[in-house]
Design a protein around this ligand. Structure first.
Ligand SMILES: [Zn+2]
Length: 640
């Protein structure tokens, strides 16, 4: 069960990625049949386990329609605050009135509504008059109460933000990193895939109460704090005191200034508003101070996914108290725009006094050079265009930094299927330099004595693992091809190839792939054909060595251990997938199952493509609680 749920989660992620690439980026990453196969597998696993993730592709219409949110009109227009960078102007504005100062949060403004004490709606700022209904995503904001005391009806304004800590954590897991927590918060909240909101710790920070209104706004926020809302960081005192006390690095959330607000609600109302801002508050924007320094290097780092990130290295510079020598350059396009060159004089700053950034380049020599080799493995590199910006990637499938992902895929249940080689264990073996390529897995036994000594391993589990590795030497061609992580070649494509050459005929495949035109196979296009040829051309020595580790078996691919013994099936109605009834019977019997002619209490499944029909067999099955499944359901059942 645990593995099935894991697989469901994986499928969700994969299908999500594929459909985003297809709809959102117009740049498909897999063929339609491959997609359908994965989709069908997900649907059947969901049916079997009863486990369905919120936002599963089986549960909603696909497609990234970014205006797919309902429009909602705001209770009162959402206006901006008047802004200044001059403290004197703040003082002129406040005169001698009672005021307080709060952080100006830098996220996505959000309005939340409660009825009878229950959270009922979340709306984005939108254009200020109408916002988007993001209620469902709001349910995943970690500090937003879903129910509040005293059955109150209230409406609050606040900012949906991601803390700096969480921003760093999430970015470290993403291939294309977000530039600022604001983009990340907005991207998360407005994503139609709610799983994403669930995994990222969004926070909601209240800054204004629309209903009810409190005579004294500062005290009002304190009251909201008391019933469980997180309210914005604020202070009172002189303007100078506030500016001194409210430094951005003291606050866990991103901010882009301070808000000075009149405390008295009646006075605030009497001042009214312009079409742009309310006259009861003013924002103090922080100025980013720029510092000149000399660029001494551009360093490139390969990430786990193979993306190679550029980093600017410059002469040490004191950025508001922190000696800094590095700043991210994001991607190739960013460097191109800056026209960088080693020795150039650049101006750097700490964005919102936190992240070091290169602001501009005073020299613009544009003499920088794109690496021709991966800094991690020395393999070849390629430039890709992602969302309009150019990024650099390592194209060596055996790049040290990519190894873990490849090995994890290689050992998975649908690939070579080695039980006991978890990601953690693989990482350990990589760190010990025991694993450099797939082949090394089959030589792990050489490290047996050392393995016994690894903490938490023990003789028994090591022996079991080595036994599982030995067992995996019996395999089929489709599993073998699938396990190699060849771009665009998924499970169904691997099966198609194996079906053509014969699942046990790895030799035949190896001898002919060079001259073989894969586009002659069903659902194979030119890019898949090229992908196959490129891969085997680049890796033919490795592949041939690896093949020698295996015995390729003919016959049914049943290594996943699908076992239908003790299962009795009844077949009725016409068939679409199997040629005829005999073929379906054979498939069941090969897996140890039985087929009988009539439905009884001993029947486990009735196979009938017309699951809704009122035939006598269907009726009987319903009476006895025997599941009625279609041919497709059956195929999914034995495919797992
Ligand atoms: Zn590399």
């Amino acid at each position: 069960m645990e593995n099935k749920i894991k697989r469901i989660k994986w499928l969700n992620g994969m299908l999500q990625k594929a459909s985003y690439a297809y709809y959102g980026l117009d740049n498909p990453i897999m063929g339609d049949t491959e997609y359908d196969d994965l989709y069908d597998e997900l649907q059947s696993l969901e049916g079997e386990t009863g486990y369905i993730l919120a936002g599963s592709p089986t549960q909603k219409v696909q497609g990234y329609v970014l205006d797919g949110f309902k429009k909602v009109t705001h209770t009162k227009p959402m206006l901006s605050a008047n802004k200044t960078k001059d403290i004197k102007e703040i003082k002129r504005f406040l005169e001698n009135n009672d005021f307080y100062c709060s952080y100006k949060l830098d996220g996505l403004t959000l309005i939340v509504r409660y009825k009878d004490g229950n959270f009922v709606q979340g709306i984005t700022r939108g254009n200020g008059i109408d916002g988007e209904d993001v209620t469902e995503a709001c349910r995943f904001i970690r500090n937003l109460p879903m129910q509040i005391p005293d059955k109150q009806d209230i409406e609050l304004r606040g900012e949906c933000v991601i803390s700096w800590d969480e921003f760093k954590r999430i970015n470290s897991t993403l291939e294309t990193q977000y530039a600022h927590p604001r983009n990340l918060a907005a991207g998360t909240l407005r994503n139609l895939d709610l799983n994403i909101a669930k995994e990222r710790n969004l926070s909601f920070i209240v800054f204004e109460s629309v209903v009810p209104t409190f005579p004294n706004k500062y005290d009002g926020l304190t009251k909201l704090n008391e019933i469980g809302f997180e309210c914005v960081g604020r202070c009172t005192g002189s303007v100078e005191d506030c500016v001194e006390a409210m430094q951005p690095e003291f606050y866990p959330y991103p901010t882009d200034g301070l808000i000075f607000e009149l405390n008295d609600t009646e006075l605030s109302k009497s001042l009214g508003s312009t079409s742009h801002h309310e006259n009861c508050r003013i924002a103090l924007k922080w100025e980013d101070e720029l510092y000149e320094t000399k660029l001494v290097d551009i360093k490139w780092n390969t990430s786990k996914s193979g993306l190679i990130n550029p980093i600017a290295v410059f002469d040490p510079v004191d950025l508001d108290g922190a000696i800094t020598t590095r700043a991210t350059l994001h991607n190739i396009s960013y460097i191109e725009n800056l026209k960088l060159g080693i020795g150039d004089i650049v101006r750097v700053y700490r964005a919102n006094m936190v992240i070091p950034k290169v602001h501009d380049n005073l020299t613009q020599s544009n003499t920088w050079e794109l690496p021709t080799k991966c800094p991690s493995c020395g393999g070849s590199v390629e430039v890709r265009n992602e969302n309009g910006s150019k990024t650099l990637h390592c194209s060596n499938p055996y790049c040290f930094s990519k190894l873990l992902g490849k090995l994890t895929h290689f050992v998975n249940k649908n690939a070579i299927n080695i039980d006991g080689l978890s990601e953690q264990t693989l990482q350990k073996f990589i760190d010990l330099r025991w694993l450099r390529t797939f082949i090394d897995i089959y030589h792990l036994s050489e490290h047996k004595t050392e393995m016994y000594k690894i903490e938490g391993f023990g003789k028994k589990s090591v022996d079991k693992l080595l036994e599982n590795i030995e067992k995996s030497r019996n395999t089929t061609l489709d599993r073998f091809i699938y396990s190699l992580s060849i771009p665009l070649i998924g499970r169904s494509a691997s099966k198609t190839i194996a079906k053509y050459f014969g699942v046990g005929n790895a030799e035949g495949f190896y001898d002919t792939w060079n001259d073989f035109d894969f586009t002659t196979l069903e659902d194979f296009g030119d890019t898949m054909n090229k992908s196959m040829h490129d891969y085997f051309k680049d890796n033919y020595v490795m592949v041939s060595k690896l093949m020698n580790e295996f015995t390729f078996l003919n016959g049914e691919d049943n290594k996943a251990g699908v076992d239908l013994s003790d299962k009795t099936f009844v077949i009725t109605g016409s068939l679409n997938c199997y040629k005829n009834r005999e073929e379906l019977v054979r498939a069941i019997e090969q897996l140890g199952g039985k087929v009988s002619g009539s439905v009884s209490s001993k029947t486990n499944y009735l196979i009938n493509n017309d699951t809704e029909s009122n035939s006598s067999k269907n009726k009987k099955a319903k009476e006895l609680g025997v599941p009625i499944i279609s041919e497709k359901d059956f195929i999914n059942m034995i495919k797992i």
